[in-house]
Design a protein around this ligand. Structure first.
Ligand code: SF4
Length: 380
């Protein structure tokens, strides 16, 4: 099975923390849609597996007209083998999801919405320069539920000034609304964003790592108590509502990324399209996909495997490591695990390695302690 990611590189306004690729000018939206469809057609040979999910990310895909979304999905069906009942997700911002838009979207093959709520507090939304307010966040979820069963909401924790009580109230609103999937992210300060500038100038307080870690655990515990399964570091789902897109990504399934800045991955190759809308459109028009790629050595694939699997509730399977990478890698892993076991950061059960509650917030750092250094660049 494989996935298709479609990057829609437009936003109404720039959120202060964001370093994704997008433009706030919609001038090239129509030629971009044409280019996305053309890239889909150009890449029909790039996947030899059935497509189980299509994911519109961005940017803000809800800025597309519903018929544009529909025509892109049709193009995927024209050029790839799509399974029956695929998961088709559209990321949406609350201010775009008025009733007419919801009615139109539910008439397309889109069957899952991922809504960028982030917080139900106007103070937080203003600090982050989100394009919606708290009232819209509340209303949109109630309304979206009339049209879609499968809804995910994004939440941000670790926001300067966000108290634990306020975060709890945000979580409980989502629980009360019976939203079945929540993706939660710590506010991180990326270089060259407006937020990093405000912090440097002392206009906004810096993020506090202790607050982020405490709120990560608070969120995980609250959601667990309310029937959510913490199946990946940032993702919590009710049974039957785990995202196929997320599971695919964190378990090393191949995917192709369409659109500017979109990444693609297959067993031993990673590639990424140019992060420039105009250059992307021009190149696709001339029949050439503008991308760079790298071949992943065996040691890179092993390190990536460790990092992605450790973030999930399914953990690292030693048998799979041996099968994919060989006995030397398994021995290395067993050796490196001993210290982490003593520190109670990981646990082992029936040939599987899991992150513990104590280690969860630190999973990427812990994974790096299990990495193998790439000493021999000639190995494949
Ligand atoms: S809407 Fe999303 S992609 Fe656009 S600026 Fe905000 S966080 Fe970034």
């Amino acid at each position: 099975m494989a996935g298709i990611y479609i990057h829609v590189p437009f936003c109404k306004q720039a959120c202060h923390y964001c370093d994704f690729h997008f433009s706030t000018s919609l001038k090239h939206k129509q030629p971009m849609v044409e280019a996305l469809k053309r890239e889909i057609a150009m890449r029909s040979e790039d996947l030899d597996q059935n497509v189980e999910n299509i994911y519109f990310g961005g940017g803000t895909p809800s800025l597309l007209e519903s018929d544009e979304v529909h025509s892109i999905i049709d193009k995927v069906y024209d050029h790839f083998q799509v399974i029956d009942e695929p998961e088709i997700t559209l990321e949406a911002n609350p201010d775009d999801l008025h009733t007419d838009k919801l009615k139109e979207l539910v008439a397309t093959p889109v069957n899952r919405l991922s809504i960028g709520i982030q917080s139900f507090l106007d103070r937080d939304l203003k600090l982050m320069n989100r394009s919606h307010n708290a009232k819209q966040a509340m209303e949109v979820l109630e309304n979206a539920k009339r049209y879609f069963d499968n809804i995910s909401a994004d939440l941000i924790y670790g926001i300067p000034g966000l108290s634990d009580q306020e975060l709890k109230a945000n979580i409980h609103r989502l629980v009360k609304l019976e939203i079945p999937h929540i993706s939660a992210y710590a506010l991180t300060i990326e270089p060259n964003t407006a937020l990093s500038n405000f912090i440097k100038k002392g206009i906004v307080a810096d993020v506090d790592d202790e607050q982020a870690e405490r709120q990560f655990h608070l969120l995980t515990d609250e959601l667990k108590e309310n029937g959510f399964d913490h199946y990946e570091f940032s993702n919590h789902g009710k049974p039957g509502f785990f995202s196929r897109n997320n599971i695919g990504y964190w378990t090393g399934r191949p995917y192709i990324g369409i659109g500017p800045a979109a990444h693609s991955f297959s067993t031993d190759t990673r590639s990424w399209n140019i992060s420039n809308n105009i250059k992307y459109i021009k190149s696709i028009r001339s029949g050439k996909r503008p991308f760079e790629s790298e071949r992943l050595l065996k040691v890179d694939r092993y390190n990536e495997h460790i990092m992605t699997r450790l973030r999930t509730k399914w953990g690292i399977d030693m048998n799979e490591i041996e099968e994919k990478f060989g006995v030397n890698y398994t021995n290395h892993l067993i050796e490196e695990c001993s210290e982490l076991l003593e520190e109670n950061l990981i646990s082992m059960d029936k040939n599987k390695v899991y992150i513990t509650k104590k280690g969860k917030f630190l999973s990427d750092g812990i994974a790096s302690r299990l990495f193998l250094l790439n000493l021999d660049h000639t190995s494949n």
